[in-house]
Write a protein that binds this ligand. Structure first.
Ligand SMILES: [Mn+2]
Length: 229
């Protein structure tokens, strides 16, 4: 039995992430998609990246890029390091750096290489996964950085995508701690770093695992999302 599971924005919440993985119990048959924003804001970004890198050996793990990975990567490797570093540092990067003892040089090579291997989006037969948002009328391969990684989905949801596939997005914190189900698009950043929950969703049956920074676990359900509309 193969499961396809999307994990919402983690933001340095290593305790919640570890509990989540303990509950999911991934196997080599599972596809797990990380929605991006693994780092920044929370207490232990270094620990989060270490846990995610280890996931590669237990399941088929597909990490997507979030705007925070973009900021971090630019801060470390960009053309304008001073400006980009300042920008990252002020948007949660200070917490990430602290998790490495405050020393950029202490970020291990395999963490940097992880950042470099994150994907812009991922799609299956019936679903697609992208950090922030999408232009409904454009193919996934033509989406812009601004929309894919930065544009919040507030108020009315983005219209269904031209592919007819169901979208999963993170990035826009759902401050009540619940996955928001608009049918054609599911919002799964459930605000773990803001003392709510970290969510994982099995996209085939709507099972939801939720954990928090105290290491608590609860289960939930979204509407089955197989099929169209
Ligand atoms: Mn984000």
């Amino acid at each position: 039995m193969s499961r396809t599971i999307a994990i919402g924005d983690i933001h340095g919440c290593a305790i919640a992430l570890q509990r989540l993985i303990d509950e999911i119990k991934p196997t080599s048959n599972d596809i797990i998609i990380g929605m991006g924003d693994y780092v920044d804001r929370g207490m232990n970004s270094a620990g989060v990246l270490e846990i995610l890198i280890n996931l590669v050996s237990t399941c088929r793990f597909i990490p997507l890029i979030g705007n925070h990975e973009l900021m971090m990567y630019k801060a470390l490797f960009g053309n304008n390091k001073k400006r980009d570093f300042e920008f990252w540092y002020q948007h949660g990067g200070s917490a990430t750096l602290a998790s490495y003892g405050g020393n950029v040089e202490a970020i291990p090579q395999h963490h940097l290489s992880f950042l470099n291997h994150c994907l812009r989006y991922y799609e299956t037969e019936e679903h697609f996964f992208i950090h922030a948002n999408y232009a409904p009328d454009l193919p996934l391969s033509e989406q812009t950085d601004q929309i894919s990684f930065w544009k919040h989905m507030l108020g009315a949801p983005t219209a269904p995508h031209v592919s007819g596939k169901i979208a999963y997005v993170g990035h826009t914190p759902q401050s009540d701690g619940h996955v928001t189900d608009h049918g054609h698009v599911k919002l799964i950043d459930t605000y773990c770093y803001g003392d709510e929950w970290l969510s994982a969703v099995n996209v085939l049956d709507g099972e939801v695992w939720q954990t928090n920074n105290s290491g608590d676990y609860r289960s939930a359900k979204v509407e089955p999302s197989a099929g169209n509309e």
